[in-house]
Design a binder for this molecule. Sequence first.
Ligand code: NAI
Length: 463
Amino acid sequence: MASYDVIIIGAGPGGYVSAIRCAQLGLKTAVVEGRETLGGTCLNVGCIPSKALLHATHLLHEAEHNFAGMGLKGKSPSVDWKQMKSYKEDVISQNTGGIEFLFKKNKVDWIKGWASIPAAGKVQVGDEVHEAKNIVIASGSVPSSLPGVEVDEKVVVTSTGALELPKIPKKMVVIGAGVIGLELGSVYARLGSEVTVVEYMDAVCPGMDKDVQRGFKRILEKQGLNFIMGAAVQGVEASKTKAKVKYQPKKGGDEAIIDADVVLVATGRKPYAEGLGLDALGVNMTERGQIATDAQWRTNVPGIYAIGDVIEGPMLAHKAEDEGMAVAEVIAGKHGHVNYGVIPGVVYTTPEVATVGATEDALKAEGRKVKVGKFMFMGNARAKAVHQAEGGFVKLIADKETDRILGAAIIGPGAGDMIHEICVAMEFGASAEDIALTCHAHPTYSEAVREAALACGDGAIHS
Ligand code: NAI
């Protein structure tokens, strides 16, 4: 048994970042993690491995489609799937190993195993009960199930199984045109699978800016993804090697069936807090099964906090990280703060899609008067040079009277990095004119952000 100032449950991006910050603030800290490696879903079976596969398959796509035109002749590379997966594993282990190193460097203890909380101030792992003045639950989320669909992680898979398929399927059906479905759908489409995405709503990425939804779907269709929109999946019948996906068109009409070698279920994730004993402790939950917290991540039980996917808000690694740092500050008696109005969202397809703040539609629905500056990447020299200008744009939304930036959406090369210029501007309460007056290097993709800002005023130069 050991005594700590803080024990954090879960070593995903929320938990491990929180632990490092707690230690930096002088708190004696431990993290309980039952996986064999640190980093949670994100590093082990989520963000990081999928980005490795997106990178490798993007290069394959470039070789197949753009090399010859750039004067790079010769045979296209062939896919060694086993090697690609081992490259992905290597990327994972470099990152999970990196966190282990950071724990040692910051003197954070890793208690290996699965935690429960027998009482406030106590964390049990196996037969050992540790004492903790503060407990932070950062236990994350798991894929949510769909009625009538049984996941075997072989033929019917979640994102976890999709990263580990023994072979590249000929036909893949993706249920859900959200972030996971489109990222992993892109990976397999580039690897040669015939990919069909079945989506309940009438647009991809529900909740995103409408212009982005339309433009993004068109770009993905050009890349070979097929979409069946407005279709509710009713169930999947699977054998050992094949599956049939049944769906009902929302407009009415007969139930339809599509065949697949692999079905990826990407219909959302749900908070995970099983085995912690929260019921017995009397921890309040929301109607959606999240742990209820106040504005400083305190649950109703004194000394127990919760952050990340297991509480309310977007299920994003960087949102969890921010909460992890902020809760550490709160525990250390400082002022932890997260600005939930400025949390970017990124889809790592090619081109990337990135958004921050409010959408034009949401603002208009609230009765806000806004102006919109839009700049197409077709007017950006750098984007044209890398064959990523078509269909992409930067859209900046500002208050009509004050010119203050309220939101932005980008489809284009490097969108996931470029969005941060707008995030910083929003944090500082900047106007579109502030961005328009800032010198941007030429030739860069970021010039498109400035052009969109100019379009909020007297007009963009290159459109
Ligand atoms: P999601 O919530 O983004 O999308 C799920 C989609 O499935 C929705 O479009 C929904 O309408 C559709 N759907 C639900 N039931 C259906 C049915 N019966 N038939 C047809 N369509 C149906 O969920 P996703 O993609 O699984 O991602 C889970 C979480 O992980 C999200 O919160 C996401 O933000 C996060 N994530 C973020 C990434 C990133 O930031 N790049 C990458 C991967 C995941």
